[in-house]
Ligand binder design. Structure first.
Ligand SMILES: [Zn+2]
Ligand SMILES: [Zn+2]
Length: 325
């Protein structure tokens, strides 16, 4: 049904063993990227090759990507996109690609009318909003002698805390919903669900400040199979987490429990955290089936809702026990 490949678990900057944010989701109807930090394409290409050379019945295919979803405009979540688009162009891609990101009604209006003009201080518009980045990226990618495939650039004007349906659903059979989250810039979690089997879904949050909850519970019509949630810090740094618009492992566990997620996968660890056991001990106070993810982890969600985790060891994968009964 869904194979979710976690290709970056470090927060803000890479470490020797972890890269910044980026996920690849394959579905029977089409494949997506959710966040695309620095160096994402190299990771995906290596991952694709490792899966090909060590067959476990799961593949990731660079050429099959239909949609890129972005959670917010911080560099560790989106800076890998231009090189990725360039490679697709060099590969002679013909298929259209859809890129969807959150913005604000104000930023979209300003970017339309006054693009490249300085934003006055009293305007609540972030100059790194996707409304501006999309224009820059578009100019950059179009400024080439080689013909570029069609890209649908879609901005979602986030207004309030309610979920936003996507005007044109780019993958038949899949429903995409943007759920606003609190962070230091406009930010969303992406709910990706099957239309035929609405019980099957994954919810991937970017950077998320916990404020009594990460998402309004009533927004989710059904419990999700997998919640991918950041856990930048552990509880001893909860104040710092709040100040910087992030969550702790404890808060990720509370959120997963609140929304009845089957499995919680935690990502975006501060390089300060070197003991991921503490992360899991904290989150499991509230949510038993929670796991600190590693780069290369693959979650497989079956039609019946059974979830398996394949964890990478050297260049291959083994099945990791997620039952925790
Ligand atoms: Zn981040
Ligand atoms: Zn961020």
């Amino acid at each position: 049904m869904f194979d979710l490949h976690i290709l970056g678990t470090s927060g803000s900057r890479p470490t020797g063993t972890r890269s910044v944010s980026g996920n690849y989701l394959s579905t029977s109807d089409g494949n997506l990227i959710i966040d695309c930090g620095e160096g994402f394409q190299s990771r995906l290409i290596k991952h694709e090759l490792d899966l090909k050379n060590n067959p476990i019945g799961i593949r990731a295919r660079f050429s099959k990507i239909k949609v890129i979803l972005l959670t917010h405009s911080h560099l560790d979540h989106c800076w890998g996109i231009l090189p990725l688009l360039k490679t697709m162009q060099l590969d002679g891609r013909q298929q259209p690609l859809t890129i969807i990101a959150p913005s604000t009604p104000q930023a979209i209006e300003w970017a339309e009318k006054n693009y490249r003009e300085t934003i006055p201080d009293n305007y609540d518009i972030n100059p790194s909003d996707f409304a501006f980045l999309f224009k820059e990226w578009r100019n950059h990618i179009n400024n080439s002698r080689k013909k570029i495939f069609k890209i649908n650039w879609i901005l979602i004007p986030i207004n309030g805390q309610n979920s936003h349906d996507i005007p044109l659903q780019p993958i038949k059979g899949i429903k995409l919903t943007a759920i606003p989250t609190k962070h230091t810039v406009v930010s969303v979690a992406w709910l990706i669900s099957s239309i035929e089997k609405p019980d099957r879904s994954v919810l991937i949050s970017g950077d998320t400040k916990y404020n009594g909850t990460s998402f309004k519970k009533e927004i989710l019509e059904k419990p999700v199979d997998i919640l991918i949630h950041e856990a930048t810090f552990t509880d001893e740094l909860s104040e710092k987490a709040g100040e910087h618009g992030h969550s702790t492992a404890l808060e990720a566990g509370k959120t997963a429990s609140d929304i009845n997620a089957q499995i919680l996968g935690m990502v975006h660890f501060s390089p300060r955290i070197n003991d991921l056991e503490t992360v899991e001990i904290e989150s499991r106070i509230y949510h038993n089936r929670s796991f600190a993810c590693n780069d290369g982890d693959i979650f497989r969600v079956s039609n019946n809702g059974e979830i398996k985790l394949f964890r990478k060891y050297k260049n291959s994968w083994y099945e990791y026990d997620t039952q925790r009964t």
